[in-house]
Write a protein that binds this ligand. Structure first.
Ligand SMILES: Nc1nc2c(ncn2[C@@H]2O[C@H](COP(=O)(O)OP(=O)(O)OP(=O)(O)O)[C@@H](O)[C@H]2O)c(=O)[nH]1
Length: 357
């Protein structure tokens, strides 16, 4: 938790999300926009992404430099390269392919570390391009029903607020369903966001049946002619069978209310968890029929290589990445930027990799 400009009061998640001082639950007087304390200049999205991926890119850059400085490319150096890539979470498939591509480029010759990283960026981009899919709202489906799932603390509620902010900003009518019925604080958070964004929040009593709430929320979104319904869910570990069964029930009941619902199921993944994310994709995918991914906390100390392994293994669309706690800190996922950042290349001047022979 950070302190405010006076260093005296902790800022709540809500104030971080919307860039305002003060705790969400405090009854603050309606302050005019101009009175809002000036924010420190925001880092560009590239600097947050490359900063978040620094841990991975530094490990790769250092590993590649150690291997290829003053040594030629041969079976041993290639094996060492593969180890570096595996340690960076890229997964066996991608690591093998990248190593082969490097081998093909210059076997038994010298190769500069920069050239290896350029080949790496090109190969990672090739893996990620097919899954870097913009999220599409089908306006024929009204309300367009989106279920948001994930483990505890992965960033579901924050992502919902970011999406709601984006869509209400585009003039769409959004309804939020506070499906995290176990945590009163989560419901309160969503209510505050709803009131700020002008989005109605459907909630139930603490501990209420989340599936029943989903049913009511669909009904309410229909009644109010909403364009989009965003349904939050309680965080659940993928290895807790009873919680996963509850998620199945939510999906089942949604279908009862609206045959094709949910129209999208977004799995929110925390980019700092590494290999565990693969299991989350597997089990949430099976249980809830995940249609796409949102990777959050890519501004932190992300283990971004896992995204490459997930893309290879599941081919699920990656729609958005979270690069901060603010309402605007949600970016569409772009394969090229991500690949350059992970390879430790600059935003603009990535050297061209030597063409494959
Ligand atoms: N740095 C950073 N923090 C994020 C991002 N997304 C979410 N967070 C933070 O992660 C923490 C958890 O976020 P929540 O949105 O409450 O997560 P949740 O999945 O709804 O959590 P549960 O309700 O416990 O399951 C909060 O402190 C958020 O501010 C992001 O993209 N970057």
């Amino acid at each position: 938790m950070s302190t405010d400009a006076n260093g005296s009061k902790k800022r709540g998640m809500f104030s971080r999300l919307f860039g305002r001082g003060g705790e969400p639950e405090a009854e603050e007087p309606a302050a005019p926009e101009a009175a809002v304390e000036p924010e420190a200049p925001k880092r560009s999205w590239w600097s947050r992404l490359s900063g978040g991926l620094a841990r991975t890119s530094q490990a790769i850059t250092q590993g590649v430099a150690d291997i290829f400085t003053k040594r030629k490319l041969d079976a041993l150096t290639l094996e060492e390269l593969e180890d570096v890539l595996l340690r960076a979470d890229l997964g066996v498939g991608a690591a093998t392919r990248i190593t082969q591509a490097v081998g093909k480029a210059r076997y038994e010759k010298d190769i500069a570390p920069e050239e290896v990283r350029a080949i790496l960026a090109r190969e990672v981009e090739a893996v990620l391009t097919p899954v870097a899919t913009p999220f599409e709202l089908d306006e024929a489906k009204k309300p367009f029903i989106i279920l948001v799932v994930g483990v505890n603390g992965s960033g579901k509620t924050t992502t919902i607020a970011k999406l709601a902010s984006k869509w209400t900003g585009e003039g769409k009518k959004v309804v939020l369903a506070a499906g995290d019925t176990f945590r009163a604080a989560a419901v309160d958070q969503l209510k505050i966001w709803g009131s700020r964004l002008g989005a109605e929040v459907v909630s139930g009593n603490e501990g209420a049946d989340a599936a029943g709430l989903a049913f009511d929320a669909i009904k309410r979104a229909r009644e109010t002619d909403a364009d989009i319904l965003l349904m939050d869910t309680a965080g659940r570990l993928q290895n807790r069978a009873e919680l996963m069964a509850e998620l199945e029930k939510i999906v089942r009941v949604m279908k009862k209310a609206e045959g094709e619902a949910p129209h999208a199921v977004l799995l929110v993944l925390d980019a700092t968890v590494g290999q565990n994310a693969l299991q989350q994709v597997e089990i949430f995918g099976r249980t809830a029929g995940v249609t796409g991914l949102v990777m959050t906390k890519l501004d932190g100390t992300a283990r971004g290589g896992i995204l490459v392994a997930i893309a290879e293994a599941y081919g699920l669309p990656i729609h958005f990445i979270g690069v901060g706690e603010g309402a605007e800190d949600l970016e569409p996922f772009t394969a090229r930027d991500f690949a350059r950042a992970i390879a430790g290349l600059d935003e603009e001047d990535a050297p061209e990799a030597a063409p494959e022979s």
